[in-house]
Design a protein around this ligand. Structure first.
Ligand code: 1GP
Length: 245
């Protein structure tokens, strides 16, 4: 049961690595988020992600989604950190299980609580294994994570294989927003070997060289958030998009 957004992603998979731009609804506000999404689309983004682990204001987020939908043609996909991340108006949602959380709430309970509204709002669920690498970030703290060590690619690969066997079509390797280090190309390569679904990599990606190495290692999409908030954010985004296309 693949929907429109997944089909769009699968059509583009294999034709260069895509750039997903994360808009944090709490940092941006509706007007600024729409502008940011518009510039990101011009810079080469394939998807706008809306959410983050600390975004909890549903009214604000719904407004941000509305603003983005009015501004761009690329899909707006929810990236929820909790049930509060489920809002109407987006094209799809990363329906994620935080597989390496120590708290079952983030593995299956939040998903059960959020699922009825996903159906009600007509959001397309993208079944995603969310794997947090390292520690000290908001995603790590909020999600009660036992972080996969950066230098243990085999562990990430084992989780990704388990995700595949459980029927998940997306894996998101996450170092955390603003992370000092991004996930290593070695880890991306190890996951790529065993996981033929859609592989998303994010957290701490700041320049074209890092992005190029992660793309070459086999990522289908890279997520970039923090650098877009800086003053030369869009120029850096465009450089990254060119390096991975
Ligand atoms: C966080 O992977 C995303 O969930 C983006 O990370 O903000 O570090 O780009 P950055």
């Amino acid at each position: 049961m693949t929907g429109k957004t997944e089909e769009y992603l699968l059509e583009r998979k294999g034709g260069g690595t895509m750039l997903f731009v994360l808009v944090d609804s709490e940092v941006s506000g509706a007007g600024r988020a729409a502008d940011l999404a518009r510039s990101a689309e011009s810079a080469g983004a394939a998807v706008i992600l809306v959410g983050g682990s600390s975004a909890t204001d549903q009214f604000e987020m719904a407004e941000v989604v509305r603003g983005i939908k009015g501004a761009v043609r690329i899909p707006a996909v929810l990236f929820p950190g909790n049930v509060t991340g489920v809002v109407p108006g987006a094209d799809a949602i990363l329906f994620s299980s935080l597989l390496n959380s120590e708290n079952p709430y983030y593995i299956s309970q939040a998903q059960a609580l959020g699922a009825p509204n996903i159906l009600r709002f007509g959001l397309e669920p993208l079944p995603t294994a969310y794997l947090v690498v390292g520690e000290g970030t908001s995603a790590w703290f909020v999600g009660s994570v036992r972080g996969i060590p950066f230098d243990k690619p085999k562990i990430a690969a084992a989780y990704s294989l388990a995700a595949k066997f459980m029927g998940m079509r997306f894996v998101y390797l996450e170092a955390g927003s603003g992370a000092k280090n991004h996930v290593t190309p070695e880890m991306v390569g190890a996951v790529r070997k065993v996981f033929d679904g859609f592989l998303i990599v994010g957290g701490g990606i700041r320049d074209a060289a890092a992005a190029g190495a992660l793309a070459a290692a086999g990522a289908d999409a890279l997520v970039v958030g923090t650098i877009t908030e800086g003053k030369d954010g869009m120029a850096r985004l465009a450089e990254i998009a060119r390096a991975i296309a």
